[in-house]
Design a protein around this ligand. Structure first.
Ligand SMILES: *Cc1c(COP(=O)(O)O)cnc(C)c1O
Length: 230
């Protein structure tokens, strides 16, 4: 099998899972978009994905993402930042990202806003919610999320898209995504346009779709296993 055939097979399987999960949840087919996570995989895989109709690509490290973004110039891709982000990387990230899914602290909001304005760009931001009561691996505590959403929505150069979360591991993703769905309803009452809910990965996209995810972020199930993080 060529790499393209391999990726096409993974993509077809994941698209079938998304369709089945939408049907099981009584949701319209096409109501969930797929973002493919290319971290650790080469830019050539992102180019293959573009050729197979993928439009949303996610990366979790600024330097790696910048290189792939440059290598894929001209392809019709939108780039998502999904990794923990330091304030001093905001201006770099604003140069390649269309969507920043990992906004989790007030100082980052100011830094991204200044970076977006000076780059003449508008960044869609998702506030990342921690579902395990900790903040060391990224994500804001649910109690802090409404104020962060207010800050993003008031910041020049930023648009509040909605929320993002990763299910705790180990743990019950269904229970965690149910909590996320309640928080999202609360945020939507104040910010009706913030309709994005980015949740669900290779192992738990069905549970996320059952709880209202509008975007899933899938890496391994499409591209194969990644080398372990060191
Ligand atoms: C790596 C990553 C994913 C994709 O995970 P897979 O299990 O490979 O599908 C999704 N979201 C975030 C935030 C990630 O870091």
């Amino acid at each position: 099998m060529t790499r393209e055939e391999e990726i096409a097979a993974g993509l077809a399987a994941v698209r079938a899972r998304i369709d089945a999960a939408c049907a099981a949840a009584g949701r319209e087919r096409g109501s969930v978009s797929l973002t493919v996570v290319t971290k650790t995989f080469p830019a050539s895989d992102a180019a293959i994905l573009a050729g197979l109709g993928v439009r949303e690509i996610a990366e979790n490290r600024d330097q790696e993402a910048r290189a792939k973004h440059a290598a894929c110039a001209g392809l019709p891709l939108r780039w998502h930042m999904i990794g923990q982000l330091q304030r001093n990387k905001a201006s770099h990230v604003a140069s390649w990202a269309d969507v920043v899914e990992s906004v989790d602290r007030q100082p980052l909001v100011g830094a991204l806003s200044r970076a977006a304005v000076s780059a003449g760009r508008t960044l869609t931001c998702l506030v990342q919610v921690s579902l395990d009561g900790r903040t060391d691996r990224g994500g804001a505590l649910p109690v802090d999320v409404p104020a962060l959403c207010d800050a993003v929505s008031a910041a020049p150069g930023l648009t509040l898209g909605g929320l993002m979360a990763v299910a705790p591991y180990p743990g019950d993703p269904g229970e965690a995504f149910a909590r996320l769905a309640r928080l999202r309803a609360h945020v939507l009452a104040d910010h009706p346009a913030a309709t994005i809910l980015s949740a669900g990965m290779s192992g738990d996209l069905e549970e996320a779709i059952a709880h209202g995810a509008t975007q899933v972020r899938v890496g391994g199930a499409i591209l194969g296993s990644r080398p372990p993080v060191t």
